[in-house]
Design a protein around this ligand. Structure first.
Ligand SMILES: C[S@@+](CC[C@H](N)C(=O)[O-])C[C@H]1O[C@@H](n2cnc3c(N)ncnc32)[C@H](O)[C@@H]1O
Length: 547
């Protein structure tokens, strides 16, 4: 029995998706989950959680390197939380990701299916077309840093110049803004006190066109003219060209980059990228795949999985700037995209017009609500939801169309595996699946799955699985505690407990087990959910349609 705080040494047996090292300790029956490790390393760690069958440890030191490891190419490796698998040979990274995803899929897929392996990213370095840098402290008391979060740190930032994930234009822009703001002595927004001005720097650069869009995100707590910084940016010697420099205001408490109001400092608030022969207009806050060349591989794979679309109506749900819809449109009867971010929908419509595509329609709104109002019926559905997967109440609605084929594209295989359980329950089986590596050096990977409806015909499915007849009891609370925790962590970086979630559920009038997490007696004290966590939990409730 291992206890919290105790230190052990063990060998990394494997890494499960996306960053869960499974470490074996001699003489111990249960493995320990440790993050940021590579298979074959000997590592020391301290136990930070011991809950029944499951142990979790915090990495202290790599005592012996893995045979799969080489010398890190980036000076910030080990400090920066960015690319944890940088020292692993790229072919080994691909093998690891493919086996992680296959394991997750094998655990839930109930029929024979073909796992077609993994496709590599065309570029292994400099592949990103977007970076979101954060302002903060390099150490506890400064100096000002602008870059990525340090490993396992919510607060400390490393100024990640020379980052291998982007090209040198990003460095020049990062250094220019960092030096300017350091000289100006402006305070960064502090996540605990919620005081300060500088929050994020968003840089997007199109690989094909060389267009660059820069957005500085600040609070409204100060006024500061960005004219001098604009001149310094204009004077930079860049390979690409800056099409716009923007200033976005965001006073929200959450750490996520948000757009409350954006002003153009110079240029325009969009840029163009090209994919598979089509042109896409991209705005700062609309979703666009971060690896442009990798996206071409991903979309070609999806197109191959979808097969012939001639005379068919295709639904592209979670359509972003309408990339997939427009790639399908030339050979389909009609394509309908649904996307929640309005500016992405506006861009999708403009993109379709620009690309001369008339058979595309884009609807702004939440898939959960919008599909009730769409008059057309799909023949094929493409799903490309965000990392959390598909809302548990939206999935049965989507499946009740009973289309013959669904292609599900997922950037988080564990959410996909969860959704596949419901999808199979509703009569679909997985025909084939494969991975596309869009994120070399990190633990993330895209997965594409082709699903086919079983022998049951579509009418029968619509009747058997109509929402009225379904047992929705498992969904009645909208989302499980782990789903809410995961959502909050992903969107705000905050960790919340079951206790806090149940407290906010009670405040919102959502059913909680009668005595669940209530104090044992009237005078016993319980920690109360702090306001920023309450806000984050309420956001998650909203997302899952619980309030
Ligand atoms: C992984 S992206 C895929 C975008 C697009 N298919 C692409 O490849 O560029 C997921 C998209 O879903 C959108 N989204 C998130 N929640 C949504 C919802 N409830 N309803 C509709 N769209 C949503 C996001 O804004 C984002 O654009």
């Amino acid at each position: 029995m291992m206890k919290k705080g105790e230190v052990y040494t063990g060998t990394v047996e494997r890494v499960d998706f996306p960053n869960k090292g499974i470490v074996r300790v001699d003489g111990q029956e249960k493995p320990v989950i440790v993050k940021n490790v590579i298979p074959g390393q000997k590592v020391s760690f301290s136990i930070c959680k011991s809950r029944g069958e499951r142990y979790e440890g915090r990495l202290l030191e790599v005592e012996e390197k893995s045979p799969l490891e080489s010398v890190p190419a980036c000076e910030h490796f080990g400090v920066c939380g960015g690319c944890i698998f940088q020292t692993m040979d790229y072919n080994e990274q691909l093998k690891m990701k493919a086996s992680q995803v296959k394991k997750l899929l094998d655990d839930v897929i109930r029929t024979d299916y073909e796992f077609e392996g993994i496709k590599a990213s065309p570029d292994v370095t400099g592949y990103r077309n977007k970076m979101e840098y954060t302002f903060g402290d390099e150490f506890k008391d400064g100096p000002l840093a602008l870059g990525l979060h340090k490993r396992s740190s919510m607060y400390d930032i490393v100024t990640c110049d020379g980052c291998l994930l982007v090209d040198e234009d990003y460095d020049r822009i990062l250094n220019c803004v960092h030096e300017h703001m350091s000289r100006a002595g402006l305070p960064f927004f502090h996540k605990v006190t919620h005081k300060g001005y500088l929050r994020h720097l968003l840089v997007r650069k199109a690989v094909k066109t060389g267009d660059i869009l820069i957005d500085l995100i600040t609070t409204t707590q100060m006024e500061y003219s960005l004219d001098a910084l604009a001149d310094e940016l204009k004077a930079l010697d860049l390979k690409g060209h800056i099409t716009g420099f923007l200033h976005t205001y965001n006073d929200s408490v959450a750490d996520a980059i948000k757009n409350e109001r954006t002003e153009i400092v110079f240029g325009q608030d969009f840029f163009y990228e090209e994919l598979l022969g089509l042109t896409f207009r991209i705005t700062p806050f609309s979703f666009f795949q971060t690896n442009s060349l990798g996206a071409e591989v991903l979309y070609s794979t999806a197109r191959e999985y979808i097969g012939t679309t001639k005379d068919k109506t295709v639904f592209d749900l979670y359509s972003g700037t309408g990339t997939i819809a427009q790639l399908m449109a030339p050979v389909a009867k009609k394509v309908i995209g649904v996307e929640i971010v309005e500016e992405a929908v506006v861009a999708a419509r403009e993109n379709a017009a620009h690309n001369g595509l008339t058979q595309c329609e884009f609807i702004a709104g939440d898939v959960l609500k919008v599909i009730d109002d769409i008059k057309d019926k799909p023949d094929i559905i493409i799903l490309d939801p965000p990392r959390d997967g598909i809302h548990p109440k939206a999935l049965p609605k989507i499946l009740s169309y009973g289309v013959d084929h669904i292609v599900y594209i997922s950037c988080k295989a564990s959410s996909l595996a969860r959704d596949l359980v419901t999808i199979q329950d509703m009569g679909y089986s997985v025909e084939k699946a494969c991975c596309v590596d869009m994120f070399p050096m990190t633990g993330n990977v895209e997965t594409v799955v082709l699903l086919s409806k079983g022998e049951v015909d579509s009418k029968k499915i619509r009747v058997e699985f109509s929402l009225e007849d379904m047992d929705m009891s498992e969904f009645q609370d909208g989302a499980t505690y782990p789903q809410i925790k995961e959502y909050v962590l992903e969107h705000t970086g905050l960790k919340v407990s079951n206790l806090y979630i149940s407290q906010i559920k009670r405040k919102c009038g959502i059913g909680v087990g009668k005595n669940y997490n209530l104090p044992k007696s009237e005078d016993s004290r319980q920690p109360q959910c702090p306001p920023e966590k309450e806000k984050a939990i309420r956001e998650a409730f909203k997302y899952f349609g619980m309030i």
